[in-house]
Ligand binder design. Structure first.
Ligand code: FAD
Length: 277
């Protein structure tokens, strides 16, 4: 790709789109990022709730944290850490065995360095989408993508039919751009007609999708009975993990003794709220 000439549309302001857009912009490529959401983050989302007494609660109801196992990614994340976009989440982690009702594997779960965005998981994406050279447009759903053979460029239009311009390249970060499931929601065909790209259609089909529920809970005071700030579940078909969000860096909510927690369950199986944190 010739940086000087390239004009790229990135569909999606989640971590994939935001990192892609910022890296391209840093190399002089003109980037326009579109996301149907109100802001950046995608599945690195944070929900804020204000209680009747004015207390603000924050829940990272998408990815709770991330780890790094690759040198190149470590360099990028190191840069984010230096800029204050992420911080290490230093807490106690374990597994909870539902059969024995006991916590175990304290050491194993705690060995990997865990990073969180500060003050929210979406902070990383928000910041990347504001970097020089990235023009981010939120609240815009791409409804149609057409390849213009005569111009060798992509024409993009929004779901409500607005012309969004022509681009040399398009980076789509969500397989829904070509999913028939979208038609059920919008009543229109998916933005990208994959019949023209059969090899891509096969690749898209192979990307697994695993729906889940995230339950956000707030407690009036810390739960003394839980010895850790995060745990995964053993011997559970439905529950995956639980985390205490207010133990993350820069998440403390007022009054200081209130804590926010999150439980994730896999969709399609019985949801058991019996284990609280
Ligand atoms: C509850 C939960 C727990 C998770 N736990 C972990 C974990 O522990 N570790 C881990 O590594 N990962 C975890 N993940 C997964 C992780 O959050 C995702 O893999 C990652 O955030 C995906 O980023 P992305 O940018 O690829 O996609 P997304 O974040 O989904 O971003 C895609 C964006 O594209 C936008 N979009 C889609 N179609 C259009 C359109 N037509 N027009 C405009 N915009 C469009 C969407 O609005 C969305 O913002 C978890 C996810 C969830 C939901």
């Amino acid at each position: 790709m010739s940086a000087a000439a390239a004009n790229v549309a990135v569909i999606g302001g989640g971590i994939s789109g935001a990192v892609c857009a910022s890296l391209l912009a840093a190399r002089g490529v003109a980037v326009t990022l579109f996301d149907s959401g109100r802001g950046a983050g995608g599945r690195m989302a944070q929900r804020r709730e204000v209680m009747e007494d004015g207390t603000e609660l924050r829940f990272d109801h998408g990815a709770p944290y991330f780890t790094v196992s690759n040198d190149e990614v470590a360099r990028v994340v190191g840069g984010w850490e230096a800029r204050g976009l992420v911080a290490e989440w230093k807490a106690m982690f374990a597994c909870f065995d539902r059969e024995s009702g006991k916590f175990r594997d304290f050491d194993k779960e705690g060995t990997t360095k865990k990073y969180v965005g500060v003050p929210g998981m979406n902070s990383i994406c928000k910041s990347l989408c504001q970097e020089d050279g990235v023009m981010a447009k939120f609240g815009v759903t791409i409804g149609k993508m057409d390849w213009l053979q005569d111009r060798s460029s992509w024409s993009l239009a929004s779901l409500d039919g607005k012309d969004l311009g022509n681009f040399d390249y398009v980076v789509a970060t969500d397989k829904n751009v070509a999913s028939q499931k979208v038609s059920g929601l919008t009543g229109k065909p998916p933005p990208l007609d994959l019949s023209v790209f059969p090899h891509l259609a096969t690749m898209f089909q192979d990307i697994p999708v695993r729906p889940c529920f995230a339950l956000m809970l707030a407690f009036s005071e810390p739960l003394a009975m839980v010895p850790v700030q995060g745990f995964s579940f053993y011997n559970s078909d439905s529950l995956s993990w639980a985390f205490c969000d207010s133990s993350k860096p820069e998440r403390a909510c007022a009054p200081p003794n209130r804590c926010t927690s999150l439980i994730q369950a896999i969709l399609g199986t019985a949801f058991n709220c019996g284990v609280c944190f």
